[in-house]
Design a protein around this ligand. Sequence first.
Ligand SMILES: C[S@@+](CC[C@H](N)C(=O)[O-])C[C@H]1O[C@@H](n2cnc3c(N)ncnc32)[C@H](O)[C@@H]1O
Length: 281
Amino acid sequence: MSFESSAASRRKAYRAEKEQNRKVFKHVKIDDSTVEVDKLELPKKRYYRQRAHSNPFSDHQLEYPVSPDLMDWSKLYPHYYDKDTKQMTKDVTIADIGCGFGGLLVDLATAFPDKLALGMEIRVQVTNYVEDRILALRGKHLETQGYQNISVLRGNAMKFLPNFFKKGQLEKMFFCFPDPHFKQRKHKARIITNTLLSDYAYVLREGGIIYTITDVLDLHEWMVKHLEMHPLFERMDQKWESEDKCVEIMTHSTEEGKKVERKKGDKHIACFRRLPNPQIV
Ligand SMILES: C[S@@+](CC[C@H](N)C(=O)[O-])C[C@H]1O[C@@H](n2cnc3c(N)ncnc32)[C@H](O)[C@@H]1O
């Protein structure tokens, strides 16, 4: 067997085992009574490699609820489901859009232990990696019940956000190192556009914050321009940025951010507050 084909079969076997684990553990409440919890090893990134880009306009056969009322959050956050009332005890209020390999989510879990944070990611293998990472962390932190408050789902944030989130549900949305889509004819695929900002304003509560960070100056200027033009957003000043805990976290925690650090690249940050809806007179 050639080196390539044996590597491919190792990857296949690894993925099959992880998939089996996900079937067993994904939707269950992981606690002291969970059997075989030691099977939940932290995943190895090399087995989840996938093409860097996924076309946000193609039909990916994604699953999404018809409306937020039909979204079953108990499957993603079983610890926060009350069996007696059949209700979630908390709502998701933080979203990491295009979460990649999940570094930000992992840091948000401990920085905001009382909040539920969700990563939305379009690439299948990358989503699987984050799922396996969160399950393993839940298994390793049984005594503190850590990492029960973060989860990930495969979804296209450019199409279905209002299917998942109610009006004004979110207090923070992160856009960390979004795909830059450098060519002009591809700019329409950027995750911040005027139309999409209206969707984001819909799911963000008044006073909620959009966080953006990128190493690509042109994309930074594009995001700032579109956010400044939008009537429902107002830029936060540098003093606010320097004092905000999330700015500090997102600057250092994501995998792309770490790559930029290694290459000694720049990081451009802009944060915007969701303004109240104008009064209709
Ligand atoms: C450059 S990576 C950054 C990942 C992560 N935020 C970080 O900083 O490490 C951009 C990510 O956004 C995801 N993505 C792109 N378009 C998306 C969409 N429409 N919905 C959800 N995820 C998307 C990509 O698959 C990719 O993982």
